[in-house]
Write a protein that binds this ligand. Structure first.
Ligand SMILES: [Zn+2]
Length: 149
C-alpha cells in the first residue's frame, strides 16, 4: 500500500493562517483538485516536521553544500527533545552557518510548520499559478512537499 500526499506548508514554521482563510484555501484546493481523496487544513500547537518519507533525498548545508544527513537526524532529535521545535536555530558543523533547521537545503523538499494544507492522493500536480492562488488565499508564501509513503 503506497500513498501520496501533497502538502503546502508556510515558509515561516510558526505562522498560521486564520481558520476562515484556511477554510477558503481548502475550498480553492478542492476546486483545483476535484478528484483528490482528501483535502484538509491541519493546525498544530507545536511545530511539526513534515518528512517526505520515500521521497527523502538527503539534506545539505545551504552555504557550502556539505552533506548533513547524519547530523540533521541527530540534531533534529535533540532539538525536538529540548524544545519541541519551538527554536529551530542551529549552527552547521561544516562551515559554521547560523541558520534554521528549516532553511537547510533539502534535496527533496521537506518542511517544518504549525500549519499544513494537505491532500491525500490529489490526482494531479499543481502548477505555479495555482500555487500562487493558494498562497494568496492563505496569506503566506508556501513550501510544497510531496510525501510518498
Ligand atoms: Zn556548510
Amino acid at each position: 500500500m503506497s500513498d501520496h500526499f501533497l502538502m503546502f506548508v508556510p515558509t515561516d514554521p510558526t505562522w498560521q493562517p486564520t481558520k476562515a482563510d484556511a477554510e477558503r484555501a481548502v475550498e480553492l484546493f478542492k476546486s483545483i483538485a476535484p478528484n483528490a481523496q482528501t483535502i484538509e487544513a491541519i493546525f498544530t500547537d507545536d511545530v511539526e516536521f513534515h518528512h517526505p518519507c520515500e521521497n527523502w533525498s538527503g539534506v545539505d548545508c545551504a552555504a557550502c553544500g556539505a552533506d548533513l544527513e547524519d547530523w540533521f537526524y541527530e540534531t533534529t532529535d535533540k532539538v525536538y527533545r529540548e524544545n519541541h521545535f519551538a527554536d529551530l536555530s542551529v549552527t552547521t558543523p561544516c562551515c559554521g552557518l547560523h541558520t534554521s533547521l528549516n532553511d537547510l537545503n533539502f534535496v527533496w523538499p521537506a518542511a517544518f510548520g504549525r500549519f499544513a494544507l494537505e491532500s491525500m492522493r490529489p490526482g494531479l500536480d499543481t502548477n505555479e499559478e495555482q500555487e500562487k492562488a493558494i498562497a494568496a488565499c492563505l496569506g503566506s508564501d508556501l513550501r510544497k512537499v510531496w510525501i510518498h509513503l
